[in-house]
Design a protein around this ligand. Structure first.
Ligand code: ZN
Length: 309
């Protein structure tokens, strides 16, 4: 059976010390604990036939604190975006990063290699109403969809269980004008994400709650999020077919250290669940994930360095 992948991108989660200000040492996470047998900290390193958990570098040799626009571009293009710019760029991609994304990015590369892919996230009515492709405020993943000329999921897709909202539970959609969307249990949202692999080979989901909460240094919210995420992961893993693999990673640390409310230079997790885990043992940095996914799971030719374009 051919490989399929669910790539869960969590913004702002690193592997930190086993200290009181690390919510990962406090939250109840039975799904993750059941897999790993330990809490996720900087000391975690697991290499098993069906599970790889290791910390990988998100700084990519560039001075300063890792940020979202560059980190996400590195994750979803396989280029070292930080090195390309010479610095870490916050929030949304600038023209230089957009041109990298337009050269090669996850959905476009998948399409060019006949791999059926989807961005699982749903977009609000307001997004479509005010759509402007010149907007400077579109995320890397949104730019990846635009580059691939594929479709955005709508709230109707979400209601019909064909999408997952970035907040997992639809909590931010309660009230007008998006009030037609009911809340969903995290477990059910996880099952919905997994079920997308019936129609797609590569499913990407993005959640930026850990980064938002980490910036607020809010321990209670952090623990709550981690527990919601764990229930969600339980739904993803429930009755998961053997050829469906799950990869979880991040663009930079944040929530694992609530002492200062900013991004950290900590390694970020590379968690791979599935019997192809061994292919990812050699991945040491976030810009190496892209090549490994495509060449090892989907058997494409190796992706080129930037200079080759
Ligand atoms: Zn941030």
């Amino acid at each position: 059976m051919k490989n399929k992948l669910i790539f869960i991108f969590l913004d702002g989660i690193g592997m930190g010390q086993d200290v009181d200000l690390n919510p990962l040492t406090k939250a109840s996470m039975p799904a993750l604990m059941g897999l790993m047998g330990e809490r996720l900290t900087g000391d975690t390193h697991i290499e098993e036939p069906n599970l790889l958990v290791k910390g990988i570098d998100a700084c990519l040799g560039v001075d300063g604190i890792p940020q979202s626009a560059t980190g996400q571009t590195s994750l979803f293009t396989g280029f070292n975006a930080q090195a390309h710019l010479g610095y870490h760029l916050m929030a949304y991609p600038n023209d230089q990063l957009i041109s990298l994304i337009n050269k090669r990015s996850i959905f476009k590369f998948a399409k060019e290699n006949q791999i059926k892919s989807i961005f699982a996230n749903s977009y609000t009515d307001g997004f479509f109403k005010s759509f402007d492709k010149t907007s400077p405020n579109y995320s890397v993943t949104t730019r990846c969809i635009l580059a691939s000329k594929t479709n955005f999921n709508t709230l109707d897709d979400l209601i019909e269980n064909r999408a997952v909202h970035w907040d997992i539970t639809n909590i931010t959609l309660q009230g007008t004008p998006n009030g037609r969307v009911p809340l969903i249990a995290p477990y059910k949202a996880g099952e919905n994400l997994k079920n997308l692999t019936k129609d797609y080979d590569l499913v990407l989901f993005e959640c930026f709650l850990p980064d938002l909460i980490g910036h607020k240094k809010d321990m209670e919210q952090s623990i709550k999020f981690l527990e919601v995420f764990d229930e969600f992961l339980g739904g993803v893993l429930n009755d998961k077919p053997e050829n469906v693999h799950v990869l979880i990673s991040s663009d930079h640390g944040n929530i694992e250290d609530l002492s200062f409310g900013g991004h950290s230079k900590n390694p970020v997790p590379l968690i791979f669940i599935g019997n192809e885990a061994h292919h990812f043992q050699q991945v040491d940095a976030i810009d190496q994930i892209f090549n490994t996914i495509f060449t090892r799971l989907f058997n494409t030719a190796p992706v080129a360095e930037y200079e080759a374009f």
